[in-house]
Design a protein around this ligand. Structure first.
Ligand code: PLP
Length: 468
């Protein structure tokens, strides 16, 4: 796809008026960043991002940075699209806000719901809106519990998730997630949430096990947990089709079909957290399609609006929607559920993804090229153990001895070292422990893929050299 077609917003004059030092001082004085060690950060100073277009960011010193992460895995249509800015502007002038609580609705939320029903797989015809992926997963819990109550089975309360899963940072999202470092700072968690092992073959499989056998073994931990808790007490299983923040972990192909079989056998709802995987990342509109499973609920956010404004949603299977519709009031909602401006931006964004064939291009063209380039660059690299991914998402395992599948003792440090080399080389590539991850905007061109891969190679080579 030609960049000219994608360029959209002209290089608008930026609104920033201060210099880097002044911004950093004010930032340090007044702003607490998410997931940051503020003491250290305030000493170093943040990089100040002042504008973006396509797949590039610019900082306040005029450096151009290629964004290999689409922000936080969210800017699917790329930065600076005029169509999204226009949609927000028009909607703010016409109906800037109204709620959908008390017998009211509005055209943007109606149109968005109809469009999503068109784009989503067949059993998903109803959508509940919120502002983020975390709120989406809170909403999933509310829906799951409400559903089983309407079925006369209120004891079905347990939700099973996985270690090293990421489902958000609200109390419910973080409890659902399986991140130890988050749980450690949460003395009080949501009840009735338990975890099983993750399908992380490289990091956790015994040396003599095949990926397929490992996938089955990890899936059968679900069955064991259901039997331990009693199927009559288990409400749902939740999983990201591929783990994103956990390091872009793609399960062996045996994993998801077995999970689905177990969920069906014990009447346990299957929830796909599609916050990262949704809207084209793997080359499918929804990542569960890539793995060939059929969930009952889907959590959506990020690519829903390409991150231009906050919005999340839960897609609800007809069977569950029917139960919610036929059983009186569902006591859940947020002031900004279905916000008209967010809905208008989501519609414009989804139409771009659909009408420009962006998802198909990920599947047939950009995705295969990206995956091939990464494998060519890193197969046999002295500190890269594996390259995994599909479409425009990939994880690179850093390893001390790749052939022996031996990980670094201080893997997280190595990851951060590598991330700093990327950052200094004007590439955004994220480190999650000892895995480097890439997830660029879906409109990335072949030339830009070449630039990302070349910069990643420079950074990983430099990391290897520093480690000696
Ligand atoms: N679920 C998944 C799979 C995510 O990756 C994330 C965020 O990265 C979330 C939920 C939480 O979304 P948010 O940060 O919008 O609350």
């Amino acid at each position: 796809m030609a960049r000219a077609k994608l360029a959209g917003l002209p290089q608008a004059a930026t609104t920033h008026t201060r210099g880097t030092a002044e911004y950093r001082a004010l930032d340090a004085a007044h702003h607490l960043h998410p997931f940051s060690d503020m003491g250290t950060l305030n000493q170093i100073g943040s990089r100040v991002i002042v504008k973006a277009n396509g797949v590039y960011l610019w900082d306040s010193d005029g450096n151009r940075i290629i964004d290999g992460m689409a922000g936080l895995w969210c800017v699917n249509v790329g930065y600076g699209r005029q169509e999204l800015a226009d949609a927000a502007y028009r909607q703010m002038r016409e109906l800037s806000y109204y709620n959908t609580f008390f017998k009211t609705t509005h055209p943007p939320v109606i149109e968005l719901s109809a469009l999503l029903a068109d784009l989503a797989p067949e059993p998903f015809n109803h959508f509940f809106y919120c502002n983020s992926g975390s709120e989406g997963n809170d909403t999933v819990l509310r829906i799951v519990h409400r559903y089983w109550a309407t079925q006369g089975r209120p004891d079905k309360k347990y939700v099973i998730s996985r270690r090293n899963a990421y489902h958000g940072s609200t109390i419910a999202g973080a409890t659902l997630g399986g991140m130890d470092y988050m749980h450690e700072q949460m003395p009080a968690k949501v009840d009735h949430i338990v975890h099983i092992g993750q399908p992380y073959f490289y990091g956790e499989a015994p040396a003599d096990m095949t990926p397929e056998a490992f996938g089955l073994a990890r899936a059968r931990e679900l069955e064991a947990k259901i039997l331990e808790l009693g199927a009559e007490n288990v409400a749902a299983f939740i999983g990201e089709p591929f783990q994103g923040a956990g390091g872009v972990i793609f399960p062996p192909s045996s994993y998801w079909p077995e999970i689905e079989r177990i969920c069906r056998k014990y009447d346990v709802l299957l929830v796909a957290d599609e916050v990262i995987g949704g809207f084209g990342r793997t080359g499918e509109w929804f990542a569960h399609r890539y793995f060939g499973v059929s969930p009952d609920l889907m959590t959506l956010a990020k690519g829903l609006t390409s991150g231009y404004v906050p919005m999340g949603a839960v897609a609800i299977h007809d069977r569950i929607a029917r139960a919610l519709i036929d059983n009186g009031e569902f006591n859940h909602g947020l002031t900004y559920s279905g916000h008209p401006v967010a809905a208008a931006v989501a519609i414009a964004n989804l139409k771009l993804l659909r009408d420009e064939g962006i998802v198909e291009r990920v599947r047939h063209e950009a995705g295969p090229y990206f995956q091939r380039c990464l494998r060519e660059a890193f197969d046999g690299h002295p500190i890269v153990g594996e390259v995994v991914g599909a479409g425009l998402v990939a994880g690179l395992q850093l390893a001390e001895d790749p052939r022996a599948r031996k990980r670094f003792a201080d893997g997280a440090e190595v990851g951060l070292l590598c991330r700093d080399f990327c950052f200094n080389g004007n590439l955004i590539m994220r480190a999650t422990g000892d895995r480097m991850v890439l997830s660029p905007p879906l409109v990335v061109t072949h030339d830009e893929i070449d630039e990302i891969v070349a910069k990643a190679k420079t950074a990983i080579d430099a990391t290897a050299k520093q480690l000696g």
